[in-house]
Design a protein around this ligand. Sequence first.
Ligand SMILES: [Zn+2]
Length: 445
Amino acid sequence: MKIKFCGGTNRVTGANYLIETDKHKFLVDCGLIQGKNVCELENFESFPYEAKEIQYVFITHSHLDHIGRLPKLIKEGFPGYIYSTLPTKDLAKEILLDSQKIIEDHCLFFQKENFYNKENLDKVFQRWLTLNYYEKLNFDGLEVIFFDAGHILGSSFIQFKYLNKTIVFSGDLGNIDPLLRQTDELPETDYLILESTYGDRLHEDLINRKDILEDIIEETIKNKRTLIIPAFALERSQEVLYDLISLIEDKKVPEIKIYLDSPLGIRILRIYEKYPEFLNETAKKFFITRDYEKLNYFKIIEQGSIKQLIEDKLPKIIISSSGMLKGGKIIDILKYFIDKPETTILFVGFQVEGSLGKKILEGEKEIILDDKKYQIRAKIEKIMSYSGHKDQQGIIKWVEPQRKRILKTFLVQGEEKAKINLRIRLEDYLGIKTIIPQNNEEIEL
Ligand SMILES: [Zn+2]
């Protein structure tokens, strides 16, 4: 059996791994390579394998950097089926379609053949089969089981067994999440392909994140402010909304108007409502017993202008995307609110270097939105522990029970520094042989 690291190596994004046995040739994830651009130029290079020879693709979760090159795989003749959990398929549809315009624009801009057209996208969904967590599938002697990764709705880590060898792909591993269950325990593992996004970091404020949010809401109400929360449409918007509504219902804070102004975020919220059995017990009860859309203080803005937000002079909270202010409806909202001293902007997610979000967070006094200058008079706050990834300590704790069994761990999906740091911890603390594979490196297992 051999593994080839076709992506997720020299970049955090673009997860794509090929496994070959005497009988099988399959992929785990087929993600888009992303960086400064939503779709980097490397996405147009050929896959380092023949798409026509691939039998199956197993998808860990629906983030674009794990699914975004599926249309390309189809275009290059992939004849097989794609497998994931049911929510992953539903979410993938939203995520893939939402990115269609921007990726097609990139294809045009780079003067490359468009792999992301409707025809290829349609074929992706036609070839996509679903399964449940813990269901044992057997592909000609290859046993496959999906476990709950607790990262986003439907997210999985996947265990493969073939001829007495067991390989686990971690996908992305969840942090403590208000909506999801904890990551399942790592089952028996000989070879572990491990994500390392936060391999060199520890999350702060993990326990008291809701208390910090409570303080910020209280201040918003007291001083009649507008609280703007930029949040990723997938998972973060729903997490924050859930925390806000819980705080109101538990009477920790008075009622305050909450606007969800993110069309994709709203569609995704409806997918969360559709799959309560994939949520943790508290969130499940919450979703089953409440009709969000009927709460009198909660307002969904499907495609209206920001007029409604401007006219509402009462203290209010606006959740909108994108989370790093890379575009989306939030830009129009900022144009009106960012130069007002009675605005608070609360960042709840990682801001990548060079993003508008990062600049604001670092104290920039002036920004440009659609070619126009705006003064930043808004108050800036952050709660960084809303991360969707385990930190170094979380990863180590997850791996530890299998430390005696694991023969090798391969670190992927992280910056170089994060991987080196995590390798030191895994080797010194757990005594696990740890490898940082290079792009397209092939290793015999
Ligand atoms: Zn992810």
